[in-house]
Design a protein around this ligand. Sequence first.
Ligand code: NAG
Ligand code: NAG
Ligand code: NAG
Length: 152
Amino acid sequence: MKSFIFLFFYLVITTNASSITNTQIAYPPSNTTNKVCFFSHWTVFIYNRIKNPITVHVQSGDDDLGNHTLALNENENWSFCDSFKTLFYAHFYWNSRTAFFNVFDTQTSEKYCSKWAHNKHRRCFWLVREDGFYVGGHLNPFPQGWTKLHDW
Ligand SMILES: *[C@@H]1O[C@H](CO)[C@@H](O)[C@H](O)[C@H]1NC(C)=O
Ligand SMILES: *[C@@H]1O[C@H](CO)[C@@H](O)[C@H](O)[C@H]1NC(C)=O
Ligand SMILES: *[C@@H]1O[C@H](CO)[C@@H](O)[C@H](O)[C@H]1NC(C)=O
């Protein structure tokens, strides 16, 4: 019986943890009803605040979101269920400049992104600026609430 219960939870966790939901990306930020996650339900946003278009390439062990070109103020966003080992990394290209770092991992998200609350849809925002990359839990006007974590 014990192992049955364990198996059940194992299945729930692995089923929930694996997938990214590209089809549900376009809902408004306040909508928390789309998806049920065993742990946190996240959406990560990457906003371009540079006048030139930039190219962003987000990947994880399981998913490749592909190259996206963002004009000024455009964003790329994606949603997923956190499995406590979820990790997304990204390459950034701006003319001849490049950058590469984790755009979502457990330490960064707990420290800088929106906080956990029961049934809360959590968010993480990146601002790509000429002077580097800033993270925050809300889309506040710059610079209030933003932390610079990376340079070009
Ligand atoms: C939230 O999203 C769901 C599923 O996409 C939709 O049915 C519902 O109407 C949305 N709610 C709001 C308040 O936008
Ligand atoms: C993505 O875009 C960059 C910059 O334009 C390019 O160097 C890279 O090869 C592209 N990657 C893919 C998989 O298309
Ligand atoms: C999320 O990205 C999609 C394009 O993939 C865009 O249409 C949508 O407006 C973005 N969501 C928000 C809240 O900006």
